[in-house]
Structure formats: C-alpha cells, structure tokens
Design a protein around this ligand. Structure first.
Ligand code: ADP
Ligand code: TRP
Length: 342
C-alpha cells in the first residue's frame, strides 16, 4: 500500500435502495478504514448506473436520498471526502462515450452483469445497452479521478479489471493518460451470504438485513433467517458452519464472549434458534445505534443534504473537467484553433 494514496468508490441506488449489512461489511468498512489515511477520497452515488434497472423517477429519487443519508450516517467525513452524485458530473458520460471506441466488444461480452442476464435466459437482443456498457461507464467513473485504490466487494472486481484494461488500451493508443486503479478488498467478509443462506446478500434479492430500517422490519428480517435445517428440536445439536445467523454474529456482534457461548450451546443443543436470533437483533441494533440516530436526524434536514451534494459536485467537477481537457487534447478534440500544422 502506498503512503499518499487516493481512493474512489461508488454505490448504485438500485433495488430497494436500502443499505444492508453486506454493503456495510463489503463496502462501508473498508471505505472507513481507507478514509483514515487516504490523501484524497471520491465517493459517489452511481445514479446513472441505476438507470439500467430503476426506470421510475420517484423510486430513483427515493433510493438516492436513502443512500446519501445512510452513508453520511456511517460517518463519511465530507470535509475530507468529495461526496457527489454521478449524474451531476457530465464528464462521466462524456468520457464513457470516448472510451467506447478503445474498448473491444469481446472484453465487454465477458462481463458478469451481461453474462448473468444471458444465463438467466434473457434474449441478448433484449438486454439494454446501459447494462451492456455498464463497465465502460464504471471505467469512466474511475479514470477521470485517477485513484490508486478502488474499494469494492468481490462482485465488482471484474469491473475494476475491465477499467484497467480499458485504461491500458487508451494509454497504448494515445499515450500515458490514465492511472491504472488497484482493487482494495477485504477478504473474509467480501461476500456476505444472504438470509436464505445460499446467494450473496443483495438488495435486489430481498435476502438482506437492512441497517437503517425500523426495528420491526429488522426483527422480521432476522427472524426469517435460514438456520440449520437438520435441527428439529432445541436439544438437537446444530451446526454453526454455513449457518448465516452465526456468520452475522461473528462479523457484527461486538460481544465476542456471547458469540462463543452461543456457538457452544448451539452445537451441544442447549440454546434455541429464537434466542440466537434475539441476541443477533440486539447486537445489530446496538452496533448501529449511533448511526441510526444520525440517520433520523439528517432525514429531518433536507437542506443540509442538498448543500453537501452541491459542494461535493463542485469539487468533483474541477478534477473531472481537468482530466477531460487532457483527454480531449490527446484524442484531437480540442477547443484550440488548429493552425493546420499536422
Ligand atoms: P446490492 O447487491 O445489494 O445491490 P450493490 O451492488 O449496490 O449491492 O453493492 C454496493 C457495494 O456493496 C459494492 O461495493 C458491493 O461489492 C458491496 N456488496 C454488495 N453486496 C455485498 C455482500 N453480500 N457482501 C459484501 N459486499 C457486498
Ligand atoms: N457498480 C458498482 C456497484 O454496483 C457501483 C459503481 C459505479 C462503482 N461506478 C463505480 C464502484 C466506480 C467503484 C468504482 O457496486
């Protein structure tokens, strides 16, 4: 890890727009860790990326606002972090349009987001271009700001690799212009399992535990968690491996003695699933107590949120505009008058 480094990451306001414990462990924790020592930080709400799936105005706005509130509540330091909406900076789409021309089709055809849709049986003719070119917009998001590290979960790794490839193609064609970003990834919690115990926790799969929802909702989400299906009675010894309730306890319950005790009692058949879940509800609400209070406080102050986003956009625009000038120069789209000296 370098000494003076810059970082950048984004989050898509898709699905229900709610932040869950998977996002927290996979994206927020590494971000807060890096925030401590980084020199420069860019963090944005990828609302243009959300358009691939969210095509309802009110839903998009609600999701964006929810994310802004959530991340501010997690402790994003807006004095240090440039916090903005992707769509406020028009250079992102401008650069995407330019990068399209140095990106081989074959590279994009290998991208997960596109391949997943195909695997689910979607006719390739029906996939929208936004989804297809998703990684190129992501490359533009990153390359405009030249960060050293991009903190993302496992599911986004391939996109960062594509961004590196695209930067490489551009540099090869036009000369060194873009810094190739490195991934910053926390191994153990990079892919938190969902409450059904099978797929990764995701807003769009509705298998998540929300951080900022009402207590009643969080209770319901935890109570409906998959546990050990072979355990019929409390006295049956249960398995903690592959049991999502224990995965969450290990990662989020700060009372480590309690976790060890619950694990022991579970494997010896002396604790109920109910009690394990009750303790998880308590642990999660305790862990996020401060954040949940701040979320509600900010929610009652929309003007403050608008100011924060306006300031963020102003700062981001300075860097984005500077980089775009350089790109325009490189490729031959400049505002300077040509004197026909080729
Ligand atoms: P979702 O899948 O819920 O829609 P996003 O795709 O918006 O979440 O991801 C936002 C950030 O959170 C990304 O950096 C992503 O890698 C991370 N993330 C999402 N789901 C998980 C998970 N289950 N475990 C760890 N990190 C995750
Ligand atoms: N696609 C990312 C996600 O869904 C969000 C994102 C958009 C992003 N642009 C980015 C993340 C650039 C890192 C860098 O999580």
């Amino acid at each position: 890890m370098k000494n003076n480094y810059s970082i950048l990451t984004g989050i898509t306001p898709s699905g229900s727009g709610e932040v869950h414990i998977g996002n927290y462990l996979g994206a927020v924790v590494p971000f807060l860790e890096l925030q401590k020592n980084a020199d420069k930080i860019y963090f944005f709400i990828a609302d243009l990326h959300a358009l691939t799936t969210v095509q309802n105005k009110l839903e998009l706005q609600r999701n964006v606002e929810n994310l802004v509130l959530s991340y501010l509540a997690f402790g994003i330091d807006t004095k240090k972090v440039v916090f903005y909406r992707q769509s406020d900076i028009t250079e992102h789409t401008e650069l995407q349009s330019i990068l399209n021309n140095v990106t081989p089709l074959a590279l994009i055809k290998r991208a997960h987001a596109y391949k997943d849709k195909l695997q689910k049986g979607t006719d390739p003719e029906d996939i929208n271009m936004g989804l297809f070119s998703y990684p190129i917009l992501m490359a533009a998001d990153i390359l405009l700001y030249g960060p050293d590290y991009v903190p993302v979960g496992d599911d986004q790794k391939q996109h960062i690799e594509i961004a590196r490839d695209v930067a490489g193609f551009f540099n090869k064609t036009y000369g060194e212009t873009f810094v190739l970003p490195d991934i910053y990834n926390i191994k153990e919690s990079a892919r938190l399992v969902g409450t059904e115990g099978k797929r990764k926790m995701s807003k769009s799969l509705n298998n998540y535990i929300a951080v900022f929802a009402d207590e009643k909702i969080i209770r319901k989400q935890i109570m409906s968690c998959y546990t050990d299906p072979n355990r019929k009675k409390v006295t049956d010894p249960g398995s903690v491996e592959g049991n999502p309730v224990f995965t969450y306890h290990r990662l989020l319950n700060d009372n480590k003695d309690e976790v060890a005790d619950l694990e022991k009692r579970y494997t010896t058949g002396t604790v109920s699933d109910m009690e394990v879940k009750e303790k998880l509800i308590f642990a999660i609400l305790t862990k996020f107590k401060k954040e949940r209070a701040l979320y509600n406080e900010l929610k009652s102050n929309p003007e403050k949120i608008k100011d924060i986003l306006r300031e963020g956009a102003e700062k981001a625009r300075v860097q984005a505009a500077k980089k775009m000038m350089e790109v325009r120069e490189r490729i031959g789209i400049t505002n300077k008058y040509s004197e026909f000296h080729y």
